[in-house]
Design a protein around this ligand. Structure first.
Ligand SMILES: CC(C)(COP(=O)(O)OP(=O)(O)OC[C@H]1O[C@@H](n2cnc3c(N)ncnc32)[C@H](O)[C@@H]1OP(=O)(O)O)[C@@H](O)C(=O)NCCC(=O)NCCS
Length: 187
């Protein structure tokens, strides 16, 4: 687990504060996205981008977007218990990455829990019955599975976690260590 005294924050991506160029997580597509597309996605409201940083140094980032689940893609037993709509509202963690220098120190967990907390908090404004992630590789699949994410039967690199499970998780484990602050990003 990270040192609780370590000074860091998770805030909305701010191009003036966060150093994009030195970020390297080991997956080129995730580095490239952060360097050259994240700002545009944020400006066009295609994704909300959050950054964990210490000063200008970026430890990690994640993105959130609206998403639709085709209930036919879910395990049959589960789909039967959900509302019968052609598409089910969800929230997508499109990307989540930690800089290589900081991996395996608990920061990925902090980012993921922060993302789940925001996803759950936003359901009081916009409905969403699950969080979906798209994993880049086998390690990422294991990472998400260790927090209870379930693979879509026919799309093994896509996983979901029901919002009801997330609520239960936070009720059981409020995790007061994680603080959420969202200053308005500069444009
Ligand atoms: C996957 C990633 C986000 C994990 O972040 P991290 O800070 O290294 O992970 P944490 O230290 O918070 O690990 C938390 C738990 O996740 C699991 N986990 C993390 N990395 C893992 C790996 N490479 N393989 C298997 N399990 C892993 C473990 O259960 C770990 O707990 P433990 O260290 O006590 O065993 C990070 O390694 C990363 O950015 N990788 C490159 C980009 C990527 O693949 N992103 C995935 C999203 S598409």
């Amino acid at each position: 687990m990270p040192d609780p005294i370590f000074e860091r924050s998770i805030t909305a991506f701010d191009v003036r504060r966060h150093d994009r160029e030195s970020f390297a997580c080991g997956v080129e597509s995730l580095d490239r996205y952060f360097r050259s597309r994240a700002r545009q996605d944020r400006d066009k409201y295609a994704a909300a981008v959050f950054v964990m940083a210490e000063g200008p140094g970026v430890i990690g980032y994640y993105t959130l977007s609206s998403y639709m689940i085709d209930p036919g893609e879910l395990p049959h037993e589960l789909a039967r218990k959900l509302p019968r709509y052609p598409n089910l509202p969800a929230t997508l963690i499109g990307r989540l990455a930690v800089d290589e220098r900081y991996q395996r120190k608990g920061f990925g967990e902090e980012l993921l829990l922060d993302a789940l907390r925001r996803c759950f908090a936003s359901t009081s404004e916009v409905g969403s019955l699950a969080v979906v992630v798209e994993a880049e590789n086998a390690e990422a699949i294991q990472f998400y599975q260790s927090y209870g994410f379930i693979r879509f039967p026919d799309h093994g690199d896509k996983l979901f976690l029901l919002m009801a499970t997330i609520r239960a998780m936070f009720e059981k484990w409020p995790n007061p260590k994680i603080t959420v602050s969202t200053p308005t990003p500069s444009r």
